[in-house]
Design a protein around this ligand. Structure first.
Ligand SMILES: [Zn+2]
Length: 203
């Protein structure tokens, strides 16, 4: 498993809610934790590693090496967006790209953790930024979609470079064709939607 870079189609594929936490989901979260620590990120969403499930990880400190400090967030719902603040933002799927993005200052997060415990917190500051960025990933929304026109223009070269690198990897057969990837994503999504509907406590 590795972190996928723009313009991989998994980054645009809407993630489905997790209905049942089975071993494969626990394994996925384990692998995502390893990658988050290795890349010293603050957040990582399942679509960024090619799994169309509503799961993301977040943490407060990129220097912290303890995987126990990583919060697992499943099926998040955001509400009560308050205030706006513009700060530089980056994304592990866009290496080398940092641009100011406007986000709500505080937001209410309701979700579940891996043990099925309910999370209901109002978050602010950097945590609110990470929560909004990662929840966007679960809906196929990327931070470039939230950039101002000026920031998007300033990003053009990096985006073109990433696109060239991606197509080149496809030409060399290191990445499957987009149609093959989409078929895999649909298959993975159907595994969760075919799972028995769990009560929220069992999520
Ligand atoms: Zn991201």
């Amino acid at each position: 498993m590795e972190i996928l870079h723009y313009p991989h189609p998994a980054l645009r594929f809407p993630a489905c809610p997790v209905r049942h936490v089975e071993d494969s989901i626990r394994q996925l979260v384990q692998e995502m934790k390893r990658l988050l620590l290795e890349h010293r990120g603050l957040g990582l969403a399942a679509p960024q590693v090619g799994y169309p499930y509503q799961i993301f990880l977040m943490r407060a400190d990129r220097e912290e090496a303890d995987p126990g400090q990583i919060q697992v967030v499943i099926n998040p719902v955001l509400s009560e967006f308050r205030g706006t603040v513009e700060e530089d933002e980056g994304c592990l799927s866009f290496p080398g790209l940092y641009q100011p993005i406007r986000r709500a200052k505080t937001v209410r997060l309701r979700a579940y953790d891996l043990e099925g415990r309910e999370l209901d917190r109002t978050v602010s500051g950097l945590e609110a930024r990470v929560v909004q960025h990662e929840t966007d990933h679960l809906h196929g929304i990327l931070f470039i979609d939230r950039m101002t026109e000026a920031a998007r223009l300033a990003s053009r070269e990096v985006l073109e470079q990433l696109t060239r690198r991606y197509r080149e990897a496809q030409r060399r057969g290191k990445i499957p064709r987009d149609e093959v990837i989409l078929e895999q994503l649909r298959e993975l999504a159907s595994r969760q939607s075919a799972a028995p509907v769990a009560a929220p406590q069992e999520v």
